[in-house]
Design a binder for this molecule. Structure first.
Ligand code: DQA
Length: 149
């Protein structure tokens, strides 16, 4: 399978950004662990992080041309208000799992709403960096079931 891992704004600061909430692992070290899993399971992959909404949308659109099978995305704060990211995911119609490191439903009221979730197959929140691996496993499960049909 071809799986892309996409991260939104401020996630490049993981490690030093509010460590009590997001932990002390850097995005680089999280991606290294994810990469190990993806290689072990024979997947093709790409990692992308941007602080800019347009760059994230361009990457999602590119996933269509690149015949990506599944996306794991942490849209960060765009989760709560980016209709443009929602529309991009709807447009490409690639199975996507929304991931959050923190338990967004247990935090401020504005974090409880995701405008991205309706464009995704599911949401994983509150399991720290393990959430990305759980997201990949959800895609593996879904896509292997689809293959058997
Ligand atoms: C986040 C949660 C968002 O509310 C926040 O804006 C982030 C990170 C998370 O991974 O927990 O930047 O997506």
């Amino acid at each position: 399978m071809k799986i892309w891992i996409i991260n939104g704004p401020n996630l490049n600061l993981l490690g030093t950004r509010e460590p009590d909430i997001y932990g002390t692992e850097t995005l680089e070290s999280i991606n290294r662990d994810i990469q190990r899993y993806l290689i072990k399971h024979g997947h093709l992959y790409d990692f992308f992080q941007s602080n800019s909404e347009g760059a994230l949308i361009d990457k999602i659109q590119e996933a269509l041309d690149e015949h990506v099978d599944g996306i794991v995305i942490n849209p960060a704060a765009y989760t709560h208000y980016s209709y443009a990211l929602h529309d991009a995911l709807k447009a490409v119609s690639i199975p996507t799992v929304e991931v959050h490191l923190s338990a967004v439903h247990a935090r401020e009221a504005f974090r409880k709403e995701s405008v991205i979730a309706p464009a995704c197959i599911g949401q994983i929140s509150g399991f720290g960096s393990t959430g990305y691996l759980l997201g990949i496993q959800a895609l593996e499960h879904l896509l292997s079931k689809e293959k058997k049909k």
